[in-house]
Structures are given as C-alpha cells and as structure tokens.
Design a protein around this ligand. Structure first.
Ligand code: PMP
Length: 393
C-alpha cells in the first residue's frame, strides 16, 4: 500500500474501512477473463431479460420517462405489486405496503437502516449470503450467527439455537427462505414458531423470500406472507432480479407496514431518490404479463438442479442433499479446509467458477456453492469438468 493510499484510507470512517471484501467477488475477479470458463459463482442465470420487458423500458425512454420520479415508486407499479402478491398468496395486499428500491440489495439496506442502530444485534442463520452481514456492519450493527447443521438431510436450522442467540440487544431475526446458499427452506411450522417468538419478544423479522417461487417440493415455498397480521413487525425484501432475469436492472422492493410509509419515503429520498423512471413500466409488465418468463426461469432451474445433483449423487468424498429451494447447490468436498484456495485452483485447473463456502460464513467452510440456473449443456460440461477434476485429486 502506498503512503497516499494509506492516508486516504485512514481518512475514511472506521465502519467503511471495516467492510469485508466479498469472498465471491474475489474468485470472480480472479477468473473473470479466463477463456471458456463456466461461471457458476454468481447468483444469476444466463438468459438476458426477455424482449417483452426490455421493450417496455425502451418505449418509456423514448416517450420521455426521464424525469424525477415518486420516491416510493410510481402508482402503477405499486398497484401491480399488490395485485401480483394477491394472486400469489390469495390474500389482500395494498399498494401502500410497497416501496420500490434499487434491487433487493437496497431493500436490505433500507430494512437494516429502518431497524438496526449502532450496536444493535441481528440474528442470522449461517451459511448466509454475505451481503446481509455487509449491510448490517455498514450501519454499525452486530451479527449473531447461528450455525446451521450439515448432515445427510442437508442443511438444517435448529430453532432453539436460533432463539437462544437472541439477547437484550437483538432487534431482528434475518430469515432467508429458501436460502442462498444452502437451499434450506423453512416449513410452515418453522415460520409459525419464528413469528410467535418474534411477537413475544418484540423483535423484527427481516424476511428475504426472493426465491419463494424457486421451490422444489411444491408450487410456492411456505411464506410469512400467509401468516402475518397487520401489526406484525415484518419487512420483506424482494427483487425483480431472479424471477424475470433482471439482475442488471437493479430493481426490487421493500414491503413494510404502511404506517411506516413516510419514514421509508424519507429514507429513499436521502439514499437514491427513487428507481430509474423508465425502468418502472418494465417492472409493471414483468409483474402483470411476465408469468411465462418466470415459469421458464423456474423450469430452467429445476432442470439444472437435476443435472448438477445427479452428477454428484452417490459420489465418494462429496456430500450434499438435494436442495429444497433457490437455485444453488452448496456441497462439501471431504478434507477441504480452505475453500477459497480451492475455488481459485478450480479456476486454474478446471476452468470452472464456483463460490467458496467460506464466503458465506465459517459454517460454509469446506463447501462450494454453484448456481444451477443455466443452460443444461453448460451445466453438463461444468459437472464433467468438476467430476474429472475430483477424479484426479
Ligand atoms: N437476497 C438474496 C438471498 C440474494 O441471493 C440476492 C441476490 N443474490 C439478493 C437478496 C439481492 O438481489 P438483487 O440482485 O436484486 O440486489
């Protein structure tokens, strides 16, 4: 580090300096320019956003949708969100619960900003997507990780351990179901117990159910949406990214009690001042006309799950269980103690990009996450590379 760099860093806030580098991005940066590499490290598919959605944005742009917008999102998209959820969960939703954000990531930031102050704790089951931690740390909050167990039935969460991690400083439970990276999916009974506990203790639940439709034991994963009452302290973070292949649009939403509307509007005002105006009509199209697009993504992931899990099933030295939801497989390779090092090695020796389990917390060490929302051909090739590489180990 040069002296100037050191001095500039010292001039940044301690909380900014303390933010960890994402272990996923580290491998990504190492291998991103490799010719022919199959990238299964990131949480996205390989299909561009379909024309139906892109055309709506292009038309809006052409029509002059280039001015400042509503902080919470324009009325049509908030109405479309209420209608979409009413269709999905068969109960009433109102537009005033929905707040458009720049991706699910910003919805997480908003949720944390709303709930977590300096020194407050959030309980997070681990392994977890590292950005939950980043968001909490960036607000001066503390994370209490609850390690999930890994065994023959895959990743499991002991609810007693989850509840035991709560202290007087705890403000929220972060529940990501179906989970990135484990695929663990809370049962209806789990959610009922978690909600009862949160009610009793006055805790918030930050519910990340963005993979709710990527569920492999039924149509829709069990959800807090069907259990909640109006006065429950639940905020949902959500995104257009996954269902409609829109990761690059940076468009998502926060769903929160309408009573907090003005407060959330103020937060959005001072963070981003809203989502790009011409993106919003495209979001309406995704929600109201994009059923077949979402179906294709879900079917593609289901096929991908079959391919990657079948390729590893019964293989000596590799352990996993078929994940219940989301589009990741987090599998362990026996004897691995440094998954980051091995992920870099896989880039060099197998031309394959996997995310190191350690990036998702200590409980993920020894494991690797792969994203299976990709073309069947690419996944077949990827698995041939992986198993060939494992054969030579
Ligand atoms: N939550 C989870 C569990 C995720 O995996 C992701 C994306 N990988 C997000 C939120 C954020 O999604 P977005 O791309 O919309 O920021």
């Amino acid at each position: 580090m040069t002296r100037t760099q050191h001095e500039l860093l010292q001039a940044a806030t301690p909380s900014a300096r303390a933010l960890p580098e994402s272990g996923i991005v580290e491998v990504f940066n190492y291998g991103r320019t490799r010719e022919g590499l199959i990238p299964l490290w990131a949480g996205e598919g390989d299909t561009p956003t379909p024309a139906l959605i892109c055309d709506a944005a292009a038309a809006a742009l052409k029509d002059g949708a280039t001015f400042y917008t509503y902080q919470r999102g324009m009325p049509p998209i908030r109405q479309a969100l209420a209608d979409y959820f009413a269709g999905l969960y068969q109960r009433a939703f109102t537009p005033d619960e929905f707040f458009l954000t720049c991706g699910g990531m910003q919805a997480i930031q908003m949720a944390v900003q709303l709930i977590v102050g300096d020194g407050d704790e959030v309980v997070v089951p681990s392994p977890a997507w590292p950005n939950f931690h980043g968001a909490i740390l960036s607000r001066g909050g503390r994370i209490r990780e609850v390690d999930m167990r890994f065994g023959n039935d895959g990743w499991t969460l002991d609810l007693d351990e989850l509840f035991a991690a709560v202290t007087p400083k705890t403000r929220a439970l972060f529940i990501n179901t179906p989970s990135n990276p484990t695929g663990w999916t809370a049962s209806q009974d789990d959610l009922r117990a978690i909600l009862a506990f949160a009610r009793e203790r006055g805790l918030w639940i930050i519910a990340d159910e963005i993979y709710g439709r990527f569920y492999w034991k039924g149509e829709l994963a069990p959800s807090l949406q069907t259990l909640r009452e109006p006065d429950d302290r639940i905020v949902f973070v959500q995104t257009f990214s996954k269902n409609w292949a829109m990761t690059g649009w940076r468009m998502g939403w926060l769903q929160a009690p309408a009573e907090l509307g003005q407060t959330i509007e103020n937060m959005i005002q001072y963070n981003t001042s809203g989502v790009p105006t011409f993106h919003q009509p495209a979001g309406v199209v995704a929600l109201s006309e994009g059923q077949s697009i979402a179906r294709e993504q879900i079917d593609r992931a289901a096929r991908g799950r079959d391919i990657v899990c079948s390729a590893l099933d019964g293989r000596e030295g590799v352990s996993f269980a078929w994940p219940d939801g989301a589009f990741y497989l987090l599998f362990k390779i026996d004897g691995v103690t440094d998954s980051l090092k091995m992920a870099l090695q896989l880039v060099d020796e197998a031309n394959l990009g996997l995310a190191p389990g350690a990036a998702f917390g200590q409980a993920g060490e020894g494991a690797f996450r792969l994203c299976y929302l990709r073309s069947p051909d690419q996944l077949e090739t990827a698995m041939a590379r992986l198993t060939g590489w494992l054969d030579k180990r």
